[in-house]
Design a protein around this ligand. Sequence first.
Ligand code: SF4
Length: 223
Amino acid sequence: MKKKGSIKNIEILLEKKKRAVKILSLLEDEYPEAKCHLNFDGPFELLIGCILSAQCTDKRVNEVTPGLFKKYPTPFEFSKADQSELEQEIHSCGFYRAKTKSIINCSKALVEEHDGEVPRTMDELTKLAGVGRKTANVVLGNYFGIPGIIVDTHIKRLSTRLGLTTNSDPTKIEYDLNELMPQKKWTIFSNSLGDHGRTVCHARKPLCGDCIISLLCPSAGLV
Ligand code: SF4
């Protein structure tokens, strides 16, 4: 026989799932065009854009990448890049030394182990230098059509405010949200929640009075 406590937990989870799906539906209506904000042509450009976007805005990355991909169009050119030259190219994205190393090592692995192609599994992607679950889910979801929850700074902040997770570790947040959302919606939920974070639920002073999901948010008016 099931303990009372576990039945209660299942009920709480079911209620939370219902609320999460309602949130998703409102966000989908509000942000029908929600997508990744990095400009890219193909999975390799998206992958490099993601590596550059750590601690940097997508806008800045989009300013840097056109010239960068003109000079280094494929993993092959990046794998042979001169470190200090590449550092200069991406300097304005911040953390340029670490990002340069990641980009060169990631490109070498793509050339040596994947025939210059970007792999399409979480396992293979996260073995590449500079690629964590967030970047892997961006590439899988926004290029290959394989859904994944993308736990960036916006998703982390909003899913906490919305009471959809109590975790702070990105992987645990990802798994919590996986439980609450239909799998096919994982990427669209991430992109639309990200748009909501950029436009309404700001880190400082969220605009709760203008928020379309305020009735479903336990933090409404309290942040
Ligand atoms: S009600 Fe406020 S805290 Fe909640 S999601 Fe909307 S803007 Fe963010």
